[in-house]
Design a protein around this ligand. Structure first.
Ligand SMILES: Nc1ncnc2c1ncn2[C@@H]1O[C@H](COP(=O)(O)OP(=O)(O)OP(=O)(O)O)[C@@H](O)[C@H]1O
Ligand SMILES: [Mg+2]
Length: 176
């Protein structure tokens, strides 16, 4: 019954995963806007993947989808570690790339942001996997040819619900 066992353990793990194929920047913006429609205060979204894959670009698309005015540029928080934007909810855009030690996460008060009344967008969330909230949505971007990207969405709990809702929205004819 090896196959049966495997099925059960996959179900128990509760991880939902879906890959989105993106052809160009406007499609990344559409993806960010669709996700923004689903997000609510307290949600944490990780942005991982290759250098220059588009993590900051996608964070901008999500932030603009959450009501940050188009004229407000969303730029990399690599040096400031965290930037705050005001949309329909507060948006905390963070970048863990330069953090060397988990203790710096405590100094930053990261958990207060995660538990707060805003949406957290966290670049390089895979740097400190053990300290990552279990119910977060993780988006991993992979470079393709030219402007093509793959976005793998993965999550448990609230993150799994978001993966499912996003996949449904993405393929809905009304959303094109
Ligand atoms: N489909 C696409 N989606 C997102 N960005 C794209 C796409 N096609 C081209 N780009 C370009 O790729 C670049 C991505 O840069 P960005 O700073 O967002 O990457 P990053 O993953 O945040 O990099 P870093 O690893 O330095 O944090 C931008 O110049 C953007 O215009
Ligand atoms: Mg970046």
């Amino acid at each position: 019954m090896a196959n049966g066992d495997l099925k059960v353990s996959l179900l128990e793990s509760g991880v939902e995963q879906y890959s989105f194929f993106i052809s160009d920047e406007p499609q990344t913006r559409r993806f960010g806007a669709r996700l923004a429609e689903l997000l609510r205060p307290g949600d944490v979204v990780g942005l991982c993947g290759d250098l220059g894959a588009g993590k900051t670009y996608l964070a901008g698309a999500i932030a603009h989808g959450l009501g940050v005015p188009d004229e407000v540029a969303v730029t990399s928080p690599t040096f400031t570690l965290i930037k705050e934007y005001i949309g329909v909810v507060p948006i905390y855009h963070m970048d863990l790339y330069r953090l060397g030690d988990p203790s710096e996460l405590y100094d930053l008060g990261l958990w207060e942001y995660y538990d707060g009344a805003g949406v957290c967008l966290v670049e390089w969330c895979d740097r400190f996997e053990d300290l990552w909230p279990g119910s977060a949505l993780v988006l991993t971007l992979t470079l393709g040819r030219d402007t093509e990207r793959t976005i793998r969405a993965e999550g448990k709990g609230r993150g799994a619900d978001l993966v499912q809702a996003l996949a449904k929205k993405w393929h809905s004819p009304l959303e094109k």
